[in-house]
Every structure is written in structure tokens, then in C-alpha cells.
Ligand binder design. Structure first.
Ligand SMILES: [Fe+2]
Length: 276
């Protein structure tokens, strides 16, 4: 999966994006296959929350995605399968319900690498200010690292290098796994992240140094527009992306309390494909 600057057309923000119409699924499918993400646009422009749920169901059907997946972290919490991502006073979720920036991560904190293959983010209302979503072609950065510093890259493939720990009160759990895994088609599955939840487990001083080089490499590369896209979703737009191959994050945002930012999110264990 290559992200090439010259291929991006319509801009939705300062970064580069590509918005396709809901009614032109072929372009959306092509975009997803080539880049691992696409943005659809509701023909209506603005939508109600009910419309958004309906349109998400239509998008799922269009891409042949099964019903949303309930992540392990929320299994016992009676959470809806399509989650409202919005600021909520009193919520105990450390990332969902604040306006703070969210560091690089992949969805599915406790799942094995590659389990959650697709994330849908539907924008009902954008923030008053900020709130861009960032996507990083992590597999490509890793591929480059493998060429430039194979020893550093090797550490990220080791099966016990990265623990991700839930910080929700009452649900302190940790899942350990690799940062990258080969998918066999030249691409890599990833659970790359650098934020509050990661615990790194180098096995010795040599590996510690290799790990530091690997993470430093990612820090140096991840602002490069060749491998990174910033999208500001507008009302009625839905971002579909391959959570198993791209890392993502979010810019901080401010709300107008009368119409706070509201996104709907669903997670899927299958990848979007053509249904016809
Ligand atoms: Fe996320």
C-alpha cells in the first residue's frame, strides 16, 4: 500500500484527503484498495444521528462488512456496537469523551494484531475547532525501516515487545504482542502506537537500543505527508479505514456546547470488499 502525494485530489482540510460520493462506490472501493482508507459523503450533507446510523448500515452493506464487533474491553460493559464519540461529562473513558488530542494508535487495545481490520467513523457534527483525524501508513514506514535498519525493525516483529494496557478504572488489563506482523502479500498488520497505553518490553540492553532507534525512526517519519494524511471530517462524511494496516490519531478540539462534536464509530473484523 503506497500513499503518493500526487494522487490525492479533493482537499477537505489542510492535509490531503479524497472524498467520494456515496453514490459512486467504485471510486470508494478503488481508493480503499489503493490507500487503505476512503471518505464517503452523504448526499444530504447534514444528517441527524438516526440518519447517520442508517447510512452506516448502508455503507456496511456496500462494503460487505458484517455487523460491528464488540471489542474485548467493552464486552462486559453493555456498550452499544456503534459507539458515540463525543465529549461526555463524567465519562470514565480516557480518550473517547474528551477534547484532548489522541496519540497514534490502532483500535482494539486488547485484541490480537490484525483482529479489527476496519474502522468506520461517521461525522454527525464536527467540532467548533480542531478535531482532525490523522492516518499513518505505518506498514510503509516499517518497510523502509526494515531496509535501513533491519536490526531495529526486527524488534518490532517480536511477539512480546509491546503491551497495551487499558486505563479505564476497574478494567486494568494488558495485551502483549508484536508491533508488526507480515500479512504475506507484502503488507504488514500493525498495532503501532505511542501514547498513554503502551508498555515496551525489550529483553536486554541491545534490544532496548534497537527499540529506541525504531521508535525514533517512526517519530521522525510520521509527520511526512508522503505517509500521513490529516482529515477534517464534515457533517455527513464517513471515514472508512483499514485499522489493521494504518495507525491513527486525533488532534485536540474545542466544542460549541450547543452542538458538540459527535462521531459514530464501529469496528469490524473483516476488510471492506466488493459486494458485486
Ligand atoms: Fe481510534
Amino acid at each position: 500500500m503506497q500513499l503518493m502525494r500526487s494522487d490525492y485530489t479533493e482537499l477537505t482540510a489542510h492535509g490531503r484527503g479524497y472524498v467520494t460520493d456515496l453514490l459512486k462506490p467504485d471510486r470508494t472501493h478503488d481508493m480503499l484498495e489503493a490507500y487503505g482508507f476512503a471518505v464517503t459523503r452523504s448526499p444530504a450533507g447534514t444528517v441527524s444521528t438516526e440518519d447517520a446510523h442508517r447510512e452506516m448500515a448502508a455503507i456496511r452493506a456496500d462494503f460487505g462488512l458484517r455487523e460491528p464487533y464488540a471489542p474485548l474491553l467493552y464486552r462486559d460493559r453493555d456498550a452499544p456496537l456503534v459507539t458515540e464519540v463525543t465529549r461526555k461529562a463524567g465519562s470514565d473513558h480516557p480518550a473517547f469523551h474528551t477534547g484532548a488530542a489522541q496519540g497514534w494508535h490502532t483500535d482494539g487495545l486488547l485484541e490480537d494484531i490484525g483482529t479489527i481490520r476496519t474502522t468506520l467513523l461517521y461525522c454527525v457534527r464536527p467540532a467548533h475547532g480542531g478535531g482532525r483525524t490523522f492516518l499513518l501508513n505505518a506498514g510503509r514506514v516499517f518497510d523502509e525501516l526494515r531496509t535501513e535498519d533491519p536490526e531495529a525493525a526486527e524488534v518490532l516483529l517480536r511477539g512480546t515487545i509491546l503491551g497495551r494496557r487499558s486505563t479505564i478504572p476497574g478494567a486494568v488489563r494488558e495485551a502483549v504482542g508484536p508491533v508488526f506482523a507480515e500479512l504475506g502479500d507484502g503488507h504488514y498488520a500493525t498495532r503501532y502506537g505511542e501514547g498513554q497505553v503502551e508498555r515496551w518490553y525489550p529483553k536486554d540492553a541491545v534490544e532496548q537500543k534497537s527499540l529506541a532507534r525504531a521508535l525514533g525512526y517512526f517519530r521522525a517519519r510520521r509527520d511526512d505527508p508522503d505517509v500521513r494524511i490529516d482529515l477534517l471530517l464534515q457533517a455527513g462524511q464517513c471515514l472508512i479505514f483499514r485499522n489493521d494496516v494504518l495507525a491513527h490519531g486525533r488532534e485536540n478540539f474545542t466544542d460549541d456546547p450547543r452542538c458538540p462534536r459527535l462521531l459514530l464509530r464501529s469496528l469490524h473484523t473483516d476488510a471492506p470488499g466488493r459486494t458485486s
